[in-house]
Design a binder for this molecule. Sequence first.
Ligand SMILES: Nc1ncnc2c1ncn2[C@@H]1O[C@H](COP(=O)(O)OP(=O)(O)OP(=O)(O)O)[C@@H](O)[C@H]1O
Length: 685
Amino acid sequence: MNDEILPKESEKSFLLDFSNDMTAVRSREDLAVVVRKAFRKLNPDGGYVIRKINSDGKTMSAYLHDTGSATFDKRLLEKVLAEKYPIQDGIQNRIVESYIPLLFNVRRELQRGYDLSYLDLWENMGFQTMVGIALRNGDANVGLLLLSINEINIPILQGICSQIAIAMGNIMANEEILRRQAEQQLMLKFSSDITGVKAKVELDYVISNVLQGLFRTRIAVLYLLAEDQVTLRPYLFDRQFFQENEVAEHEEFYSLNINEEHVRLVFESGQPVLLDIDENLEVKCLKLSIQREQRRLNTVYASALRLGDQKLGMVWMLGDHISGPLLQGICAQISTAVSNVLSHEQILRLKKQLEDENDYLKQQLNTNFQEIVGSGQAMQQVYRLISLVAESNATVLLLGETGTGKELIARAIHHASARKERLMIKVNCAALPASLIESELFGHERGAFTGAVERRIGKFELANDSTLFLDEVGEMPLETQAKLLRVLQEKEIERVGGKTTIKLNVRIIAATNRDLEAEVKAGRFRPDLYYRLNVFPIELPPLRDRREDIESLTGFFLSKFSKSIGKKTLKLSANALLQLQAYRWPGNVRELEHLIERSVILATEPMIRKFFLPQAKGATTDVHAMQSDLTLEDVERLHIIQVLRRCGGKISGIGGAAEILGIPGNTLHSKIRKLGISKADYYAH
Ligand SMILES: Nc1ncnc2c1ncn2[C@@H]1O[C@H](COP(=O)(O)OP(=O)(O)OP(=O)(O)O)[C@@H](O)[C@H]1O
């Protein structure tokens, strides 16, 4: 650019054109077009860069640039455009401080030892001389212009630069207003989004959105202060930095201690604290993962989460520049949201617990109102034993086939004891996999094993001051038997993964349908545990050994199930009852109960006349085949009823029942009265 190329006249018209073009400039893009046009006119092959002073007041970044017709290393250019150079880098400060344009010989500056990538780039582009001019809007420094050129036309350059500086000032002010508006909108949205947050996933989503939107930053880890008020455990973490489950599985490793220096620093400061990863941080998790993944970010913002005076936890964020006061506001909202989420999680947990307890209560209510039916000899003996043992704290072992009422009796014992105000707790030892039974019985501490994300109270602890019903105890794995034995001996437990022992006062009622003695002989049950449990055994008789109770049990179930579906209580024909009394009942009372329930549902008449019973091998519903189980009187009664039926109810005379039975009619009449046989017994068939 010299006087020959640009005579005074064209100098004027050049500046006029430039001014005209500048009046239309509203945005950075407009400015780029106008500036490029002007500089190309001045030097068609030259390149330039305009840098602006960043909001930190200490660094400069590229604002506009043009490479002209130079060839260059693309990656080097990208690096230079992305980098923030300190103003005091030895070159920029000279330009900013100067009131006249300065010429730089690129090679010479390099030889002086400046380690600045933009000098490398210029050399790479073949730019030998650069001119640098400060951009000032009034008294304010806005940035600088660096132009590849050999000669300086001071009036033209100053004319251009003063206008660029004014335009940049306006655009930047405008951009700042827009940025603030966007920020406000984002904050408003964040506030409304975060107030509705109830679950952890939603919290994660809302926080990441606002941090990304406002600071182009991410949450690295959100820690919560544990109950011990010392450990900070990771609660939320960015999965881009940590592999799936990495943190959850190595929680111990990723936890922090509130007394660590930098952690204390954060809690002591009322504001977010900026920490340099390389210099300050000895925090294992951040060092590891952040250095691995995010080399370009070397600062971490750490902020305490508080609710009033209460310490809740802290967040670590990765970012380049985060505005302190804004972040403080965000953290305050995060604190409230975290506390809401935790409360909500607790509500859900308590709700579940309440539901479980409710189930127990319902079960108890059902059994309370549901009497134990049966007054035969065998059950009388059971009642005697119950009344003897109930009030003591002795361990009871209930033996008997499946469905004989062991659980019912266990509840009856509990209800007759001084512990009845508390819930009886039941554990079905057969329903749990061996791996879970211990934690089910004794509970576990958080982190005791993979998947133990929370502390869990075991059934033993739940049953403190109450009764623990160990159903199907014969199915318990040997390893657990050993632990159970220790608890029974020492009357204290240790949660899985726990370090302290807990004293307990639990009454044990165990039940099994196995022959425990045989199990001991076979080596499947520990003899010492067997003796511990077998303090007060009660044997429940199978239903086939107490046929005398079948009628009352059937009557009880008929009335119960008819009522439950709103039917009038169904009646039972004598024949149907005989059928029930003759059956072998491998499933005992439960089988009878289910049969009656089914029959009540299916019944279309007010009386059940016949049951469809399974015909097991060797089993029979033939009345005579079960005579050995009946008393002489029973047999007599059944036989008379059958004969009366065959005779159509005719008692005396030819073809009458008395004739078949070989007794006088009068004798039969008195037997019928004595045995309580009614017409319904033989006419209904
Ligand atoms: N004497 C009885 N009176 C009324 N109902 C009974 C009686 N005995 C058992 N039942 C009922 O029979 C069903 C089975 O009883 P329970 O569950 O107590 O048997 P269990 O011996 O514990 O069976 P399992 O060994 O299979 O666990 C229950 O619905 C129970 O209410």
